[in-house]
Design a protein around this ligand. Structure first.
Ligand SMILES: CC(C)(COP(=O)(O)OP(=O)(O)OC[C@H]1O[C@@H](n2cnc3c(N)ncnc32)[C@H](O)[C@@H]1OP(=O)(O)O)[C@@H](O)C(=O)NCCC(=O)NCCS
Length: 172
């Protein structure tokens, strides 16, 4: 997509992150709360977790979305990472979500040593499910009444993608 820049999330993004996560449609599709606190995001981004790999999508200097991989510190789950993604609803359908998924799955496969990417998605979020399927995710199961969304408990699918071609150590 013309003019789209994908880059790492920086501490200076706090206001923009609060703005895109506060988009009503992004909030509804994720587990974010209404009226995100800019100060809370400033605090969080000032002390980045080294296990988080979070990217921003920007068009002509405007933050339009982002996504990240959240890796595990538990030894037996170090091969797995949780994925989250969101694009401002004003910019849906232009390939921004796909661009983020491309970069995140590439980073997971080729740089971060992630073998399994997992996520949850509301079962009626057809747009996100289609995007995840396109990037190799499959539905592994359904959690019932998983999260409160706009006054009702909603179901989510657990989806995951295993590394299609995991790197191997040489046999000596
Ligand atoms: C999911 C989300 C990130 C997608 O972002 P986007 O920039 O619109 O994504 P893209 O434009 O790259 O692709 C969307 C795909 O969904 C498809 N799509 C759109 N509406 C659809 C529908 N109702 N049913 C099925 N597929 C649909 C599009 O055709 C496109 O696929 P294609 O490129 O193969 O044609 C965005 O909608 C979003 O932020 N939603 C709110 C937050 C959210 O739900 N996050 C996921 C939490 S698990």
């Amino acid at each position: 997509m013309n003019g789209l820049v994908i880059r790492r999330q920086e501490p200076t993004d706090a206001e923009a992150v609060a703005a895109y996560l506060g988009d009503a449609a992004v909030m509804a599709g994720t587990l974010q709360l209404p009226y995100p606190s800019i100060q809370a995001w400033r605090d969080r981004l000032a002390r980045p977790n080294p296990l988080d790999y979070v990217l921003i999508a920007e068009i002509e200097g405007e933050v339009v979305g982002g996504g990240g991989l959240h890796m595990n510190d538990r030894p037996r789950r170090r091969h797995a990472a949780m994925l989250g993604i969101g694009v401002r609803s004003s910019h849906w359908g232009r390939g921004i979500g796909a661009a983020l998924m491309h970069v995140l799955t590439d980073a997971a496969d080729r740089w971060l040593g992630v073998q399994r990417i997992e996520l949850t998605v509301f079962t009626d979020n057809a747009r996100a499910i289609a995007l995840y399927r396109r990037y190799g995710f499959v539905i592994e199961g359904t959690h019932r009444a998983y999260a409160l969304r706009d006054g009702a408990y909603a179901d989510v699918h657990a989806m995951a993608r295993l590394h299609p071609n995991p790197p191997r150590l040489p046999v000596s």
